[in-house]
Design a protein around this ligand. Structure first.
Ligand SMILES: Cc1ncc(C[n+]2csc(CCOP(=O)(O)OP(=O)(O)O)c2C)c(N)n1
Ligand SMILES: [Mg+2]
Length: 675
């Protein structure tokens, strides 16, 4: 067996052995795709395994995350080191032996952060290819921003392996449409066309012509007739290198579980151990010692080192030298690049954040937030993003000079038109954040559901993606129940690691943006109103800085000893203030707590939390134009919730408030009923 075949079969047998040992996992795709991963890694990828954080390395995304052993085996054999410069392997053979066990970086599906070389978390089909488009966008943007004549330093390619499941998911079509439109020729997807999914042959549910579809999406499509044909794969990759006006799809025909005498080409090879006997038969078919397990034959690691380790190190060293020259020639740009890559904020990033004068008429929080966004974006060049075709409503356009539009003719632009593709937007934002940018994406809150699959992964990966969700309640009025979010705030709060922020006025919006920018390990959802909110008079009320603690006492009973606490968020904060006034007029001592963020409040120490919501004061009313779910934690079983119990209705906003019982008088009545 030549060294190529030996290397490929090592990937295959590692996958088979490990699934056998774990008693679960997915051997079929790694077995058939081993030649693809081998060819990509040893003949194409610009990657330095000793420095997996090299910022302009080519990215490899395994979108078919169930084939995780393909990635782990390849990272191991390629000698990818840990990101901490310890020169230890990111994935050891021991880690592989512990596949799917507690603490192993070799989790069931690849998890970002578990080991260097895992560029993103994949498993939910469609997400990885979605991220790959964001990464390709980021590469183009970084190149357009930072390359200078004689210094083509900042671009790179992005490769993704995807499966039938990826291709069936709507998300992949959304992002492919966007990638074709943007002519991202640095993007290459390799589609494992094995015609098998879990339930059987793809003909059960999938009979379209994928190649023709992608051609229509303005991709370059190449067919490889047999996944074992390394030369054909190489030729396809060479073609990809030559195409400079569109992304490339390589459709590779393969047989799932290749080599297994009884399971090749069958869904039985997809997601279960082959069984001891079948493993032996398959090894025999490969010409592999049947009794050996976890065998990495001599010469295989050395071969990978020769093929990717050494050329990668050389390319990286050359890049480092050139970057040093670039630093000399363009010190400011180089410093800016470094700041971005290190995840730091430029000095004075917050210098232009406005302070808003008190104003009874006020501003919609989408408007005040938009102003704050622009003020920060002027000083943070890599704060960039756009909307799913709603920018004039979400107020997220960067309209200052030089911001520009990101398009095929201008990859330096900072305003993105994601089209009416919410899910694509979020998956792309994840890919951009994984490339060091601070991306934001905007749509109506009610459509956050469309993006939820990717939102969950922003949170799971701890990516600092900023979601701007406007038109946050029945406050949208006449558009009616299809456009009135009800359960969405609760649904966002339910995602671990997601920070939700619903500012009550313009100055809270400004303070919360400060908090957003200071954090780089959480996604945030900014929940913003369509309608005006009064800008509160902070000479009479507490400072909006309190918003950064999640909840704070906005105004209190004169003696600091309230009979009832009114808790409001967003547009309902001023409802609480009006109710507070009326209660005071009636001689009732109340406190108003502004609570723009449960998550930030939960981070505070107990003493602070108790000072805002003293446990002994059980008369509490929470007001939020959304569903009640979760509020009992703050109002207790005796508390009253004023909000929504239905889907809303189409009518002018003021009428809706009355009909759904959310006026200041309703709050007053609820408060009185408790004392
Ligand atoms: C969004 C999503 N839905 C469902 C699944 C469960 N699932 C895992 S793999 C798979 C399909 C397997 O077919 P394919 O993608 O062609 O992979 P292959 O079996 O060929 O390796 C499904 C439905 C998933 N991982 N993600
Ligand atoms: Mg398949």
């Amino acid at each position: 067996m030549g060294i190529q075949q030996l290397s490929i079969n090592t990937i295959r047998t590692l996958a088979m052995d490990v699934v056998e040992a774990a008693g679960c996992g997915h051997p079929g795709a790694p077995m058939s795709l081993a030649p693809v991963a081998y060819t990509l890694w040893t003949k194409q990828l610009n990657y330095d395994p000793r420095h997996p954080s090299w910022p302009t390395r080519d990215r490899f995304v395994l979108s078919a995350g169930h084939a995780s052993m393909l990635l782990y085996a390849t990272l191991h054999l390629a000698g990818v080191r840990r990101a901490d410069d310890s020169d230890k392997l990111a994935i050891t053979l021991e880690d592989i032996r512990n596949f799917r066990q507690w603490g192993s970086p070799c989790a069931g599906h690849p998890e970002y952060g578990a080991a260097a070389g895992i560029e993103t978390t994949t498993g939910p089909l469609g997400q990885g290819v979605g991220n790959s488009v964001g990464m390709a966008i980021a590469a183009r943007w970084r190149a357009a921003q930072f390359n200078r004549p004689g210094f083509d330093l900042f671009d790179h390619n992005v490769y993704a392996i995807c499966s039938d499941g990826d291709m069936m998911e709507g998300l992949s079509n959304e992002v492919a449409s966007l990638a074709g439109h943007l002519r991202l020729s640095n993007l290459c997807w390799i589609y494992d066309d094995n015609q098998i999914t879990i339930e059987g042959n793809t003909s059960l549910a999938f009979s379209e012509n994928v190649a023709a579809r992608f051609e229509a999406l303005r991709w370059h499509v190449i067919a490889v007739g047999d996944a074992n044909d390394i030369e054909a794969i190489e030729r396809a990759l060479a073609q990809f290198n030559d195409v400079d006006d569109r992304p490339t799809l390589i459709v590779v025909r393969s047989q799932i579980g290749w080599g297994s005498p009884n399971k090749q080409g069958s869904p039985k090879a997809h997601g279960a151990a082959l069984g001891e006997d079948e493993v032996r038969l398959t090894k025999a078919a490969y010409g592999w010692p049947e009794d050996e397990t976890f065998l990495v034959p001599e010469g295989v690691r050395e071969h990978f080192d020769e093929q990717i380790g050494r050329p990668g190190a050389k390319n990286h060293a050359r890049w480092t030298t050139q970057f040093a020259e670039y630093q000399e020639a363009f010190p400011e740009l180089a410093a800016r690049w470094q700041c971005m890559i290190d995840g730091r904020l430029p000095e004075n990033w917050d210098a232009e954040i406005p302070e808003f004068e008190s104003d009874a008429k006020g501003l919609a929080s989408r408007v005040s937030s938009g102003g704050v966004l622009r003020s920060i974006a002027q000083n943070v060049p890599w704060l960039l993003g756009g909307s799913a075709d709603l920018a004039p409503s979400t107020m997220t356009l960067l309209d200052f000079e030089g911001a520009g539009t990101f398009e095929a003719e201008n990859y330096a632009g900072r305003n993105f038109h994601f089209g009416v593709r919410e899910h694509a937007m979020a998956a792309v934002l994840n890919g951009m954040a994984l490339s060091g940018l601070r991306p934001y994406g905007a749509t109506f809150l009610v459509f956050s559901d469309y993006a939820r699959g990717a939102l969950r992964l922003s949170a799971l990966m701890g990516l600092p993606v900023i979601y701007v969700f406007t038109h946050d309640s029945i406050g949208v009025g006449e558009d009616g129940p299809t456009h009135q979010p009800i359960e969405h705030v609760a649904a966002l709060r339910a995602i671990p690691n997601m920070i939700t922020l619903r500012p009550g006025d313009a100055n809270e919006a400004a303070e919360l943006w400060r908090e957003v920018m200071a954090r780089d390990d959480h996604p945030v959802s900014l929940i913003l109103s369509r309608q005006n909110l009064p800008t509160l008079d902070r000479t009479q009320l507490s400072s909006a800085k309190g918003a950064r603690r999640g909840a704070y006492v906005l105004t209190d009973a004169p003696n600091g000893n309230p009979q009832v606490i009114l808790i409001g968020t967003g547009s309902e904060l001023s409802t609480c203030l009006t109710a507070y006034q009326r209660l005071s007029d009636d001689g009732i001592a109340a406190r108003v707590v502004s609570m723009p963020s449960w998550e930030l409040f939960e981070e505070q120490d107990k003493a602070y939390r108790n000072s805002v919501l003293p446990p002994e004061i059980t008369a509490r009313v929470a007001v939020e134009a959304a569903c009640e779910q979760g509020w009992s934690k703050y109002i207790g079983l005796q508390g009253r919730f004023i909000g929504m119990r239905s889907f809303g209705a189409s009518a002018p906003f003021a009428e809706l408030l009355k009909r759904f019982g959310m006026t200041p008088d309703d709050v007053v009545d609820a408060a009185k009923s408790l004392i």
